[in-house]
Design a protein around this ligand. Structure first.
Ligand SMILES: Nc1ncnc2c1ncn2[C@@H]1O[C@H](COP(=O)(O)OP(=O)(O)OP(=O)(O)O)[C@@H](O)[C@H]1O
Ligand SMILES: [Mg+2]
Length: 361
């Protein structure tokens, strides 16, 4: 039986889901890939980025025009600014994912020699060239969690992609999608080696486009919640969808978490003849805030950052937001904590507002 997923990527056969490929403009993405473009997909935490990338990989591999490979570069995060260690971890991850996706150990047998021969400042590029030449179809590479990399490691990864770019598609991936929270353009990367700040825009000036993954709209919340009613027969009281919208404004994880707690965790509502009321959703909200699951915890953690604190404080005090620097504002918007609306800038939803209220700034 399916349920609301609150832990990691959604799989439609196991979880209630909105078809991931309908959450972005698939036609546009296919066009960008066909035109051999490199681009960015970004959105705040737990919006559905990984779910979408995995669905895109499956779609492309079924089409059989490209070999699509999803790689999470988070494995390199532990190496921090040790460029050698980080590049090695990423190269291993690419080789391993290639084996997982295509049952082919070729890269796993070669990546260490490539690293030995070319060194960490060229090995990532060399591996992608090696793979592109080897593969009988052009490669589409998705690098997820790109902003988990920092400093010289991130600079090196971006530069190696930039330098291989002109070799595509025969000797470098046809298309690379960088996925993370922020647009690469907005990165300000501190290089210890060069003792300078490198901006993402200059380090990665080959980017053709930045796509943003949006939160759910009210209709999408309804579609998701209806799946529960269809599968279990359990009904939602009139007004529940409006209430979930009011509390979450469509933030995907929050929408799922309210549904999960209200329909699966609160004991009395496991009786599927009982209607899920607004009151139960309100109780679910209290639990979510109290329990501090990862999503809430990550947000509360961000509130400790000085630059985030400053922006939130001035929004709460309704200070003129013009006093805040645009890049500071954009950073907090990218985190998903605040948003621009027609009426101005405000905290993204009521649940975040409550969390902020309960977190000493
Ligand atoms: N297609 C979808 N249908 C319904 N819910 C979804 C969908 N995609 C994502 N979600 C919700 O968002 C949560 C996070 O999904 P996913 O891990 O794909 O997002 P992410 O943006 O990659 O997150 P992270 O920032 O943690 O890497 C899921 O656990 C689920 O609650
Ligand atoms: Mg993810």
């Amino acid at each position: 039986m399916r349920f609301f997923n609150t832990a990691g990527p959604v799989r439609c056969e196991k979880h209630y889901c909105l078809p991931p490929l309908q959450r972005f403009d698939l036609e546009e993405i296919l066009l960008l890939i066909e035109q051999q473009k490199y681009f960015v997909l970004h959105a705040p935490r737990q919006t559905g980025k990984t779910t979408c990338l995995l669905a895109l990989m499956e779609y492309l591999n079924n089409e059989d025009k490209y070999k699509a490979l999803y790689v999470n570069v988070e494995a390199a995060q532990g190496a921090r600014e040790d460029v050698y260690g980080a590049i090695k971890a990423i190269m291993y991850e690419i080789s391993y994912q290639w084996r997982m996706a295509f049952k082919d150990e070729y890269l796993l047998h070669h990546y260490q020699n490539i690293l030995k021969d070319t060194g960490e400042y060229a090995a990532f590029q060399a591996l992608l060239s090696f793979l592109s030449e080897y593969s009988e179809k052009p490669i589409v590479l998705m690098l997820d969690e790109i902003d988990s990399l920092i400093g010289d490691t991130l600079i090196s990864v971006l530069r190696q992609i930039r330098s291989g770019y002109i070799l595509r598609p025969a000797n470098f991936p046809q298309s690379i999608i960088l996925c993370g929270i922020r647009d690469v353009r907005d990165y300000r990367i501190h290089s210890s080696k060069e003792k300078a700040i490198i901006t993402g825009g200059s380090g990665f000036n080959i980017k053709a486009k930045s796509l943003h993954l949006e939160d759910f709209n009210k209709r999408e919340i309804e579609i998701l919640y209806n799946q529960h009613t269809e599968e279990t027969g359990q009904k939602f009281e009139q007004g529940v969808i409006d209430y979930v919208w009011e509390l979450t404004e469509g933030q995907p994880w929050l929408v799922n978490a309210l549904g999960y707690v209200a329909c699966f965790e609160i004991k009395q509502s496991r009786d599927r003849t009982k209607t899920i009321t607004r009151k139960l959703i309100a109780e679910a909200k209290e639990r979510i805030i109290l329990e501090r699951q990862t999503h809430i915890d990550q947000l509360a953690d961000k509130l400790k950052e000085e630059r985030v604190k400053k922006v939130i404080e001035s929004i709460l005090k309704s200070e003129v937001v013009r006093a805040i620097k645009e890049d500071e504002l954009q950073y907090v918007i990218d985190l998903g904590l605040i948003k621009r609306t027609r009426e101005g800038i405000r905290v993204s939803n009521k649940i975040y507002m409550e969390i902020i209220g309960k977190t000493p700034l």
